[in-house]
Design a protein around this ligand. Structure first.
Ligand SMILES: Nc1ncnc2c1ncn2[C@@H]1O[C@H](COP(=O)(O)OP(=O)(O)OP(=O)(O)O)[C@@H](O)[C@H]1O
Ligand SMILES: [Mg+2]
Length: 299
């Protein structure tokens, strides 16, 4: 078939959506959600970049990458490294196997001292804006559909910086005793950031992981989440529960995701369902703008 003349081809600008994955509470599935959601999106032909912003290097370790081996988010936040060139992808020679469509900017322990380093460098500007420029550069590269910011269980600079640049927020929780307090605290953090720093930050949804449906506590937390987010429209509760299985930590110990080790496992399928819902919500979020271009009918 004849190709269209080059000048008639309409070139659509690639867009990149930035999503922070967070909850100040530790061990509630932030990293696992970011990594597995990115991997599930990869099976659907979408390209994701995960930026590990935790000094404990959860995402980096979960891909089996020794944290000190690469330059990563610390150097990017200090403006010392170009974020595109420190993003690593599958590299057989280096022994790195990332899920299809997934790239990673690694973390290292230096993130613990990033505040003092940034204060020295940026004495006149707000150093918590240190991810703005890197995100602009990553967007301009057009290489990724989604950037997931995997945050730490604290509100230190990397977390604050992530909340400032993200368009969307995915809140993660596990059904344990303190889950509801954690979710309330996280919602109030999002509100504060929205009010003072980033009015564009929106909640895309809550992901409940490590759910064993037959426990009373899980039932209580699920009911609370369903009730608390029922008026949140298309956002709020994702309504897809990620079940508990030892296959998740087992895959992580081998530097892989359950999407790679057990692609037909119930939990791998739950992550795929989550990815489909994620895409649907993002598509739906664009619709009100289109609708509002229609003139309103006079009453
Ligand atoms: N569906 C699941 N079934 C069983 N274990 C899981 C599941 N999802 C996550 N885990 C395990 O729960 C633990 C905590 O998960 P994860 O590291 O993702 O939480 P986190 O919120 O990122 O933690 P941190 O706050 O320390 O960064 C990990 O050991 C992980 O392997
Ligand atoms: Mg983590």
């Amino acid at each position: 078939m004849a190709r269209k003349p080059a000048e008639k081809q309409t070139k659509t600008k690639p867009t990149t959506t930035v999503i922070a994955v967070g909850n100040q509470k530790g061990g509630v599935g932030k990293t696992t959600t970011a990594v597995n959601l990115a991997a599930a999106l990869g099976t659907m032909g979408k390209r994701s970049l995960i930026i590990d912003l935790d000094a404990n290097c959860g995402a980096t370790r979960s891909f089996g990458i020794p944290p000190e081996s690469y330059l990563g988010s610390f150097e990017v936040m200090l403006g010392e490294e170009d974020p595109v060139s420190v993003a690593i992808e599958t590299d057989a020679e280096e022994g790195i196997e990332l899920p299809e469509g997934v790239a990673l900017i690694t973390a290292n322990r230096n993130l613990e001292i990033v505040d003092s380093e940034l204060i020295k460098k940026h004495r006149l500007v707000d150093y918590r804006d240190c991810l703005r420029k890197p995100i602009e550069t990553l967007r301009a590269s057009g290489r990724w559909d989604y950037i997931f910011l995997d945050t730490a269980p604290n509100i230190h600079t990397p977390t604050a910086a992530a909340y400032r640049v993200a368009e969307w927020f995915i809140l993660t929780a596990t059904p344990d005793r303190l889950a509801i307090d954690g979710l309330n605290d996280a919602m109030s953090d999002i509100d504060t950031v929205r009010r003072y720093n980033n009015p564009d930050l929106k909640l895309l949804g809550v992901v409940l992981s490590r759910v064993s449906r037959n426990t009373k506590l899980a039932g209580e937390v699920i009911n609370w989440v369903e009730e608390a987010f029922k008026d949140a429209g298309i956002y709020g509760d994702f309504r897809i529960r990620i079940s508990s299985t030892t296959e998740v930590p087992k895959a992580q110990r081998d530097g892989l995701t359950i999407l790679q080790t057990r692609p037909s496992h119930k939990v791998a399928l739950e992550y795929k369902k989550l990815a489909r819902e994620f895409l649907k919500r993002l598509r739906q979020s664009e619709q009100p703008a289109k609708k509002s271009s229609k003139p309103k009918q006079a009453a």
